[in-house]
Structures are given as C-alpha cells and as structure tokens.
Design a protein around this ligand. Structure first.
Ligand SMILES: [Zn+2]
Length: 280
C-alpha cells in the first residue's frame, strides 16, 4: 500500500483510476448501445455478428475490455477434469435452506464486521440468478439472490454479498477481475464455516475456472463452443471472461483466511486496481 502521506503518488494513482474508469465506461456504453439495437435470438452466428459490431463501435473492443478489467491472455482451455461427480453431488446436495432470515442475518454480520450501513442493501429473494446492482456507489445496492438449500446456492449468495461490500466500500471504479476476486473470497466463507465442504468447494472453483477459460477462448477466437446455445455470459456480459480467469488467481491466496477487516479489503482492492489501471 502506498504511504498515505505520499500525496504525489496518491494523485498519480487517482489519475490512472480516472483513465481506467473512463475506458470501462466507454466499453459499457458500447455494450449497452449494441444490446439496445440487437433483437436477434442468441444463435452462434448472431453472437459472431455482435462481436464484429462491437469491434466496429470501438476498434480493439475485446482487447481493451480484457486490459481494462484486468484480464489475462486467453489460452486454449484444458480438457475437462474427470472423476468429480461425487464432489459435484456434495456441492449440489441439501445443506441449509437459503431463507430471507438467514440471508439478512448474514448480511448484518458482514455490515457490522466491515462498518457498513446494514440498510444500504435491499434484497430480492428467490431470484432466478444472483445479481448485484449498484444503485449509488458507496451508498445503495440491490441484491437479487437465488433460493435453494445447497452449498452451490449459498456460494452464489455469499458471492453476490461480496460484490455488494466492494460497491459500498469503494467510491472509485473497480476492474472486474478485482471485484470477482473479492466475491470469491467472500464465497469461501462457506467452506471456512463448514470444513466438510472444502474439497467440494475447491472442485467447484476448478469447474468455474474451466468454464471461464472456455468462454474466454471463444471470445478471443470468435469460434463457437461445442454446445447448441450461446451461454448467458457471452451474450449479456461480453469481454470479461479473461477477467474471471485472472480473478481466480487473485483470490487464491486469500481463500483460507479471507479479507477479514475493512482495511485489508480496501488495500486488496486498491493495490490490484492500481496495478491494472497503471498498465493501461
Ligand atoms: Zn460475480
């Protein structure tokens, strides 16, 4: 962490963050504009056409997205890991019901731990998929959380709460790789609270990494994947899959102990964001 008295260094870092934030905003605007005009269903050929149109809107779109969000260079994905069916079953098995009362209690624990206003978050329960929507950075977040009773369902809830904490603790724009790394560190609270889940959680992380590697390779090459439909992430959230791959690596050293204090979390976000924005 930079010495807080080093004003010149702080000024340079803030300037770089503005450059990074401006670039990420420009990319987001291109995606929103493209999504507004495109009404075709997500076939692979529609995806390839959209990919080209994004490059026309912003030359070098994909490369810029990958750099601005802290992505790594995509590589051909490894072949699928085998023999994990038992661990997958543990991950999907009944663990503890995700109830509104439990979610709110968990959030209040986090709010107390990190010095946040508990009412800064509004919840939608039993949502079809987890989602964190930042209403006002530093002040207000909407969390849509899935129902269920499996470790996988709890993982998704804790992951989204991690995004909410980043949004409430940082006023500056955060590259996706950093945001996702924090979310995964929070999701690992599940296995810290229940060590019997540790192996299944590690297996699930490896599977998510493999999916991100496959999606990143498809985005980079423009070659459709070996499945009939375009995955949700490629259609609705283009250009960030290499950032998910990077997030896996950023999170790894902190999965065991977490980021337990407000200062530790803010330093983690600030240091990584500076490294990413400094490279733009
Ligand atoms: Zn996430």
């Amino acid at each position: 962490m930079t010495d807080v008295l080093d004003i010149a260094s702080e000024f340079r870092a803030a300037k770089r963050n503005h450059v990074g934030a401006a670039l990420r905003t420009r990319m987001r605007q291109a995606i929103v504009a493209e999504q507004a005009t495109c009404t075709t269903p997500p076939s692979w050929s529609a995806w390839q056409q959209r990919r080209q149109r994004l490059e026309q809107r912003v030359p070098g779109f994909l490369t810029l997205m990958q750099q601005a969000h802290g992505g790594v260079t995509a590589a051909p994905p490894p072949s699928a890991a085998s023999g994990a069916a038992t661990l997958r079953a543990v991950w999907q098995a009944s663990h503890e019901a995700v109830t509104p009362a439990r979610i709110v209690a968990q959030w209040q624990r986090y709010a107390h731990q990190y010095g946040l206003q508990a009412d800064a978050v509004s919840f939608e329960f039993e949502a079809p998929r987890g989602c964190c929507r930042v209403v006002a950075p530093g002040y207000a977040v909407q969390l849509a959380l899935p129902g269920g009773d499996s470790a996988a369902a709890w993982h998704d809830c804790l992951h989204e709460m991690g995004h909410a904490i980043v949004a409430l603790l940082t006023s500056s724009d955060v590259p996706r790789a950093v945001d996702e790394a924090v979310a995964e560190v929070f999701a690992a609270d599940l296995e810290r609270d229940c060590s019997a889940l540790a192996t299944a959680a590690a297996d699930a992380r490896t599977r998510r990494l493999l999916i991100a590697q496959r999606l990143a390779w498809a985005e980079t090459t423009g070659i459709p994947m070996a499945q009939p439909h375009v995955p949700w992430a490629l259609w609705h959230d283009p250009g960030v899959q290499t950032a998910y791959v990077a997030a896996h690596r950023f999170a790894a050293p902190h999965l065991g102990d977490g980021l337990q204090t407000r200062v530790a979390l803010q330093q983690f976000v600030a240091n990584l964001s500076r490294a990413i924005d400094g490279g733009l």
